[in-house]
Design a protein around this ligand. Structure first.
Ligand code: ZN
Ligand code: ZN
Length: 372
């Protein structure tokens, strides 16, 4: 992985977006990882056209030596806190203007740093969204990692479905999913799995609990596997028994919205347009107010990354973006249906990385990945 070309791309973007600005303090941990390969936390990165300095503490000295060759290190001992190390390093770099990631520093930290720097005639310039936009388009290595993260999630799901019993609680299903993900050499779930049965499925971010899954015909599962730091994100609504007529209709509408959105994805189409394509299907069927979240989001080192596919998001899809498509219809007190897949934007459309069938039943293991 070429971290130095990513750094150069960031410095170029910094200079062109902020009137020739030549240095930036990167403080968001996923950004630091993306730019350096460092897998620890509590560390910042100071980049200028001359310097590449990682600011960290002694716990990480050895790990940094192993993971981050080609970087200078500024290491603090326990007697010094990060704000002081930042002040010293920023002053030492000799620039009159340094960018900071305003969205990723606390207001208090930024105010104090700004005050101290001002005394030394150094101006801190707030930057927004620079590394986020670089991270949105994945390179070949990131794409192959994400493909594996999707595969692990799918295999874990199939293995879990093959063994679930009606007397299992939602929490037990979530635990089996995590067990299988780790058994397949995933680093764990990408986020706490949402396992929602019956009326629980009407809450998009439901809190999985002790409810027995066999008490209701539908089971919604939203999960992802973490692999080499990257996270997949999938949702399937499983039919444990034949659902009522309305839920079957709702399922068909969500499926149509999902397929319509995927057909709309291609480079150059705006995020809001893809959201609109799915939303129109649901609105025309009379359930517009029951689809109460955006259509999807980028995935990568974080579960929710730029871009957001939602209303008023004017940005355009680009080759290499990996986004979720996850329309849903939620009926309070009754239940809900969501279907979520991960799509790689490419060529004249997209490659759907996930291969699980949309309609799934328990205890009928699918032989390998079934293509739709
Ligand atoms: Zn999800
Ligand atoms: Zn999602």
């Amino acid at each position: 992985m070429n971290h130095h070309s990513r750094i150069q791309a960031l410095l170029d973007k910094l200079s062109s977006s902020y009137a020739g600005l030549k240095g930036i303090l990167v403080s968001e941990p996923h950004h630091v990882r993306y730019l350096t390969g460092f897998t620890g936390d509590s560390s910042y990165l100071l980049l200028t056209s001359q310097q590449r300095i990682i600011l960290s503490d002694r716990r990480y000295e050895e790990q940094l030596a192993q993971e981050c060759s080609g970087f200078e290190l500024a290491i603090r001992g326990p007697e010094k806190l990060m704000p002081q190390l930042c002040q010293e390093t920023l002053l030492g770099c000799g620039y009159q203007q340094i960018g900071v990631e305003e969205d990723h520093l606390s207001a208090g930290f930024l105010r104090r740093l700004r005050e101290t720097m001002a005394k030394a005639q150094v101006e801190l310039v707030s930057t927004v969204g620079l590394v986020e936009s670089l991270r949105a388009c994945k390179d070949e290595q990131e794409i192959s990692i994400l493909r594996r993260a999707v595969e692990i999630a799918e295999m874990a799901f199939e293995q879990t479905l093959a063994e679930v019993q009606p007397d299992w609680s939602e929490l037990q299903v979530a635990w089996r999913l995590e067990h299988h993900v780790r058994n397949l050499e995933g680093e764990g779930l990408g986020f706490p799995a949402i396992v929602a049965s019956g009326p629980g499925a009407a809450l998009p971010h439901y809190q999985t609990c002790r409810r027995k899954i066999g008490d209701h015909p539908l089971l919604l599962v939203d999960w992802g596997a973490k692999y080499e730091g990257y996270t997949s994100d999938l949702t399937r609504t499983v039919w444990l028994n034949t659902p009522g007529e309305e839920m079957q209709r709702v399922f068909d509408i969500v499926q149509e919205a999902h397929d319509t959105a995927i057909a709309a994805i291609r480079p150059g189409v705006s995020f809001e347009e893809v959201d609109r394509a799915a939303r129109l299907v649901i609105e025309r069927a009379g359930y517009g107010t029951h689809f109460n979240h955006g259509l999807g989001h980028g995935i990568g080192l974080q579960i929710h990354e730029y871009p957001r596919m939602a209303a008023n998001q004017k940005g355009l899809l680009e080759v290499g973006m990996v986004v979720t498509v996850e329309p849903g219809i939620y009926l309070p007190g009754i239940g809900g249906v969501r279907i979520e897949d991960d799509c790689l934007v490419q060529g004249n459309g997209c490659d759907v990385l996930s291969r699980l069938p949309l309609i799934t039943h328990p205890n009928c293991a699918h032989p390998g990945h079934v293509s739709r």
